[in-house]
Design a protein around this ligand. Sequence first.
Ligand SMILES: Cc1cc2nc3c(=O)[nH]c(=O)nc-3n(C[C@H](O)[C@H](O)[C@H](O)COP(=O)(O)OP(=O)(O)OC[C@H]3O[C@@H](n4cnc5c(N)ncnc54)[C@H](O)[C@@H]3O)c2cc1C
Length: 442
Amino acid sequence: MAGLLTARVLADGFEAVTIIERDSLSDQLRTRKGVPQADHPHALLEAGRATLEDLFPGYGEDLISAGGLVIDALTDFQHYENGDFLADGSTRLPMYAASRPLFESITRRRISDFDGIDIRSNCQWMDYLADDEATSVDGVVVRTDDGTREEIAADLTVDATGRTSRTPSWLEEHGYVPPSTEEVRIDIAYSTALFERPPDDRRTFFVPASAPRTRGGAVFPVEADRWLVNMHGVHGDHPPTDFEGFAEFAGTLPVPDLKRLVDTQSWVGEEIDHYPFPSNRRYRYAELDRFPSGLVVIGDAITSFNPIYGQGMSVAALEALVLHHVLAAGDRTNIALSFFEQAEEVIDIAWNMAVGSDFGFPQTTGPKPRGTDFFNRYLSRLTSKAHTDAELREAFYRVITMEVPPTTLLRPGIVWQVLKPTPSDIGTGFPSRSRKQSKKTS
Ligand SMILES: Cc1cc2nc3c(=O)[nH]c(=O)nc-3n(C[C@H](O)[C@H](O)[C@H](O)COP(=O)(O)OP(=O)(O)OC[C@H]3O[C@@H](n4cnc5c(N)ncnc54)[C@H](O)[C@@H]3O)c2cc1C
């Protein structure tokens, strides 16, 4: 997705754009080797939805014509957090619901409408073309399906190869200081199965693992009258891959809805797909002083997040927009460093939300962003009040879908709603009271 969206923005500023893809590509909606995560639910957050619509006007209509759905993230999406489901919102927040292969196939189809973009499938990146000092990257060396080595020259090369990107080791091999890495270990695994869905039933459940509960699940409606039903567990409490074990795992969740659905709907397919994901990982490219000209890194190749928060495609889309702005500003001598610096703003927000939430588990290890514990305490209070408060649900959702920044949760009206004492606060010390007040309370 990062590569496709990047190609779209590059097409505005370059005569010809070539996408190099290792896999063979087909119009069939199937998971391919290079994107094994595609069997699992892929939520497209509001930031991603709006960006895809900007880049490809009518994207939503294309998706719906191909069988995708639009649900309302504030009412259809039943989110269990902190001991109960969140209240329905009172406004609307449209959300596309489709499988990852469908999102990708519509994006690829729209990309192929651009004259200047060529997609080379069965073509594997092997190396960058560089001068002796590697001061600039001047294209790529690829291997085609029949084993032929080919050099493709380019004014700008973008690494969108995902989490397994080899740019950090390439930099090191060519005398550069590689970016430092931050890893926040969550040790999550997904097991996902497809179930039949009555055409008009668009129920969507999200019961994420949330400290101290290490297990969670989700139900997402997708095209072809199916639900993707997901079980997940963090810090080693991984879901099984046999059907009986899957159903049993569903029965250990704090709400009966997922187990009921698994028990009553027909399971489609023969396998339960499993995906272990050890850690959030971030390469700190923005801290580098030296970087070859002519090269940029984007998407999961810079940062990959605990997938439970559904941020990856949206962050990739926002990064593509950042690249668009850097290119539009006209300075082509220093594209990478300007891009990395500006992309930090997007990444910081998503990273702090993802790892911040992961640090709710005491088992989570890695560098903890400043203010995490305080914000978690605040969010915990906010979500428990959002069980009955539509406005708080909406404020929370507009943040977690990356439509607006987390600072909006600190607006006076929201803060007041969150901190306003309730009868259950007596004796808890929260919200913090002046000494006089606490004395009075006690
Ligand atoms: C289990 C799971 C669930 C997820 N759920 C969500 C979700 O709900 N919402 C969401 O937004 N995101 C989700 N994500 C994240 C999302 O999949 C990615 O963030 C998103 O696809 C952007 O990644 P990318 O394009 O940078 O890399 P990828 O999607 O990994 O794509 C990399 C591409 O590069 C190709 N490639 C790799 N190496 C080479 C090479 N040497 N030569 C040529 N081609 C190569 C691959 O074949 C592939 O096509 C999830 C991830 C996982 C693991």
